[in-house]
Design a protein around this ligand. Structure first.
Ligand code: ADQ
Length: 475
């Protein structure tokens, strides 16, 4: 077959993701990931395709197309039923919990499963007329696993890559998914399947082997019929320099200044997470409470701020959790607090990136203790935001993908309350020299593996015509 040029200039990039950052008023609050993908789209000219974020009565099967520079945005609306079955249903009540090792929370409904495949088929059909034969297509995340298979069914031979932003569990856990075989077969339609960690990539390839889907050519390559699928680890990064700058300038930010004033001379411990059971909030508050009880000398000397915007409130499990965490924070303050000291400040808010960077920077500890996380960008943002001559300490769950890279963190088992409490005490007492050493090694990593570098690594792997085996990226 003809070799494809490895330069991205001739080939247009098509990004597919559930949410598309279409600009309505030019005032975008895009995160690092969005900015990086837009950068890649701009370099080669590109199309960004996905859901509009709207549910309507009779959605059109033709995408709404808009143009910004050399990027075309094309989005589809969903019907309420599609949304309920595909998004709130199968994606967030089956795939999300299984991939986060939470089989206790899985809801299997045949109708939701059908809805998931139906929406993927409909998205492929709407994308089809917008595609050119030499487009390189990059599909993102668990909402769209079967998309390549649907495009292949329609006859598309393009290079198609897939990146999973969440973990992939071992086969004993993954096989709890309904239509497990069909989902795995769906992955087989891609040319490249990427994960955050070598462990996830390995779990995934073992699933294929266990189900007798194709055969491994080696680590990171798999032959499925006459098609070769590469499997690799591509740990996502952040826009490090932008974050460093935002943090350095954040002293001017009003919220940062007010927060600083409100703390007095107390040390700040910070947690920043979407309200999600994967983030280990219950265990984290428990650990903080255990720390206060076992270290009375720190009473009234620390404040723990947990900034947690609500998410997926239409999924019942998330509603229950909203109540539970709020109750737990209230209880903790009631039993541990003083008239002049609120140990836990729990707020359901989104904070702008500038303020967030400033809050990270004034914190002595970043508490990032998910029970399971694909990567966890908060851990990286926290590190990037620190003051080089007096950096704070990152306490990081072993079960976050970020733990593979951030070796300067205090790594903890988030289920072990007393160990987490001890880690908090250790971090607060850590001498400056050790803090600097730990921070330096993490920062070096963040400076090389930026989100931009991640994007380019994935895309060059995808459009690389030579069949040199893909090395999982570990260093
Ligand atoms: P998420 O589960 O959303 O992402 P994470 O990686 O931590 O988790 O990213 C969250 C982002 O939202 C961060 O950039 C953070 O700053 C921002 N954010 C969180 N709370 C905020 C708040 N209160 N105000 C403002 N911003 C807030 C999924 C996977 C992760 C994976 C990413 C990227 O679950 O494991 O790292 O995708 O691949």
């Amino acid at each position: 077959s003809k070799k494809q040029p490895s330069s991205s200039h001739q080939q247009r990039l098509v990004v597919v993701s559930n949410r598309v950052p279409v600009r309505r008023d030019g005032a975008s609050k895009a995160g690092g990931l969005t900015v990086a993908l837009e950068g890649a789209l701009k370099r080669s000219g590109g199309l960004w395709f996905g859901w509009s974020g709207e549910t309507v009565d009779n959605p059109s099967d033709q995408a709404k197309v808009s143009q910004a520079g050399n990027i075309t945005f094309a989005v589809l609306d969903l019907s309420q039923q599609d949304y309920d079955e595909y998004y709130a249903g199968f994606a967030n009540r089956a795939l999300w919990p299984v991939c986060h090792y939470r089989l206790d929370l899985v809801q299997i409904e045949r109708q939701e499963l059908d809805g998931y495949f139906r929406v993927n088929r409909a998205f492929a059909a709407s994308l089809a007329p917008l595609l050119r034969p030499d487009d390189v297509i990059w599909v993102h995340d668990y909402h769209f696993i079967p998309l390549a298979a649907e495009l292949r069914r329609l006859g598309f031979k393009n290079r198609i890559g897939f990146f999973l932003h969440i973990p992939w569990p071992p086969s004993d856990v993954a096989s709890a998914l309904p239509a497990y075989q069909q989902l795995l077969q769906g992955f087989g339609a891609y040319d490249l399947v990427g994960f955050h960690t070598p462990q996830d990539a390995e779990n995934f390839q073992r699933c294929l082997i266990r189900e007798n889907i194709g055969s491994p050519i080696g680590t990171g390559e798999h032959q499925i019929e006459n098609h070769k699928v590469r499997i690799g680890a591509f740990p996502v990064g952040i826009d490090t320099e932008t974050f460093v700058r935002a943090a350095a300038n954040a002293e001017r930010n009003a919220l940062v200044r007010r927060t600083k004033a409100s703390l007095g001379d107390r040390d700040l411990i910070i947690g920043v997470d979407r309200l999600d059971y994967s983030k280990g909030l219950k265990q984290r508050i428990e650990a903080f409470s255990c720390f206060v009880k076992s270290n009375p000398d720190f009473r009234n000397r620390v404040t723990y701020i947990q900034i947690t915007p609500k998410s997926r409130s239409d999924v019942p499990e998330y509603q229950r959790m909203q109540r539970e965490i709020a109750e737990q924070a209230g209880w903790t303050n009631g039993s541990l607090g003083e008239v002049d000291w609120t140990p836990v400040r729990y707020v359901n808010r989104t904070v702008g990136h500038a303020a967030l960077a400033g809050l990270y920077r004034m914190s002595r500890i970043g508490l990032v203790t998910p029970l399971r996380d694909g990567m966890n960008l908060v851990a990286k943002e926290f590190v990037a935001a620190q003051q080089p001559d007096d950096p704070g300490v990152l306490i990081l769950s072993r079960f976050a993908g970020a733990a593979h890279e951030l070796d300067g963190a205090i790594l903890v088992n988030p289920y072990d309350t007393e160990a987490c409490a001890a880690a908090i005490a250790q971090a607060l007492r850590m001498p400056l020299e050790e803090r600097r050493e730990r921070w330096d090694s993490m920062m070096a990593r963040l400076r090389t593996n930026t989100v931009e570098a991640w994007c380019q690594r994935f895309l060059s792997s995808l459009s690389d015509a030579s069949d040199a085996g893909l090395e999982p990226h570990i260093s």
